[in-house]
Ligand binder design. Structure first.
Ligand code: PLP
Length: 381
């Protein structure tokens, strides 16, 4: 099978208003090269100084007690689940409106994904969670979609009442807040991604887990490094999923800019909200004043979505569908768990109506205006 990503990146480059802005973002790459040369000079390649520095920087930034860098956001979720001593076949409650990684991590950990439908704001519907709990349920894995924190007050109470672990897939949600609390701190473990398209990103793959529980932190640090407690002895079975030191250099460099990046995304999202909210064919989730949404993607729900995407693409705007098929309708889930069309109607509707627009910090006002005008033009035809 061919690597479809190369082709996709090439075709994304053709758009005038891009979703992917990495070239602009890393214009100062020579400064990063300089820092990387020190890693080489000091032979500090695995779990080096820069990894520890990044773990400390990130946990301080989001007021968590502990942070562990790993190979990807997917591994962060997988290892978080592994740290909970779950048994083969235990059920993990999650949403069908997510990226494949959430589900793959559950399955890789030997567990069964049990879906609960999404709300109109893209996140899991807490009012439907308790109906799904069985004797085999062991954890709730929420996804803070697009950088909007789930209804954690309700979900925390449900987890406590039913003695379930609570894991946050915060891969979209670095710096997102509910009240004074940052994403990652609501449950037992928060999982983050450093994928190149995330708000805090590196030059390949990377991720991290945060927790405020020392015992869990010790386990997570063992799990990501073969279970090694010292050079010669393993304490538990583990994997090799260390955050690469070179990626940690990039992450440390970017971390200083994350607040600025986030604020421009919020500002751009505000502009889009204000200029699209009066179009009858568009639904924008209500913005809750207690929430700081960080807009990893700017997603809205629109009528006639597929034709609108085509129209915007023809007009050189990289509008995307995140994502057109909900998880329960992906082939392996239908085959293995017998999920079928109609099981989660709201997630199915969202998959048909979701449109994402570029929202990154390099957009200027004329580009934002152009996107809104083109959408208005489409619906006025
Ligand atoms: C919701 C969600 N969870 C998990 C991940 C996995 O992150 P990574 O690509 O770093 O493995 C992603 C990645 O895009 C994601 O969107």
């Amino acid at each position: 099978m061919k690597n479809f990503l190369t082709k996709q990146y090439k075709s994304d480059k053709k758009f005038r208003i891009k979703h992917n802005y990495l070239k602009e973002q890393f214009k100062d790459y020579k400064k990063i090269f300089n820092k990387i040369s020190k890693v080489v000079k000091f032979n500090d390649f695995t779990l080096g100084y820069e990894v520890e520095k990044f773990e400390n920087n990130f946990k301080n930034l989001i007021s968590s007690k502990h942070c562990t860098g790993v190979g990807s956001g997917t591994d962060a979720i997988y290892l978080a689940l592994k740290s909970l001593n779950l048994n083969l076949g235990d059920e993990v409650i999650t949403t069908p409106f997510t990226f494949y990684a959430t589900i793959n991590a559950i399955v890789q950990a030997g567990c069964v994904p049990k879906f609960v439908d999404a709300k109109n704001d893209f996140n899991i519907n807490p009012d439907l969670i308790e109906k799904t709990i069985t004797k085999k349920s062991k954890a709730i894995l929420v996804v803070h979609w697009a950088g909007r924190i789930c209804d954690m007050n309700k979900i925390k109470k449900i987890a406590k009442r039913n003695n379930l672990f609570l894991i946050e897939d915060a891969c979209h949600a670095a710096l997102a807040k509910y009240g004074n609390k940052f994403a990652g701190n609501f449950g037992d473990i928060g999982c983050f991604s450093l994928h190149p398209l995330k708000n805090l990103n590196v030059w390949g793959d990377g991720g991290m887990m945060v927790t405020n529980n020392l015992k869990l932190d010790k386990k997570l640090k063992l799990l990501r490094n073969h279970g090694l407690k010292n050079r010669d002895e393993i304490e538990i079975f583990g994997v090799n999923s260390r955050l690469d030191t070179i990626q940690a250099v990039v992450a440390n460099h970017l971390l200083k800019k994350l607040s600025k990046i986030t604020n421009s995304r919020i500002k751009n999202a505000n502009y889009l909200d204000q200029n699209l909210k009066d179009i009858d064919e568009i639904y924008i989730p209500e913005r809750d004043k207690n929430l700081k949404e960080v807009f990893h993607i700017y997603s809205i729900q629109v009528k006639n979505r597929d034709n609108l995407v085509k129209f915007l693409n023809i007009n050189s705007i990289d509008a995307k569908k995140h994502y057109p098929i909900p998880m329960h309708l992906q082939t392996p889930l239908k085959k293995t768990y017998k999920y079928k069309l109609g099981d989660f109607p709201n997630a199915e509707r969202l998959s048909k109506e979701t449109l994402s627009l570029p929202v990154h910090e390099f957009l200027d006002l004329s580009q934002l205006r152009f996107m809104c005008n083109k959408i208005k033009e489409f619906y006025s035809k």
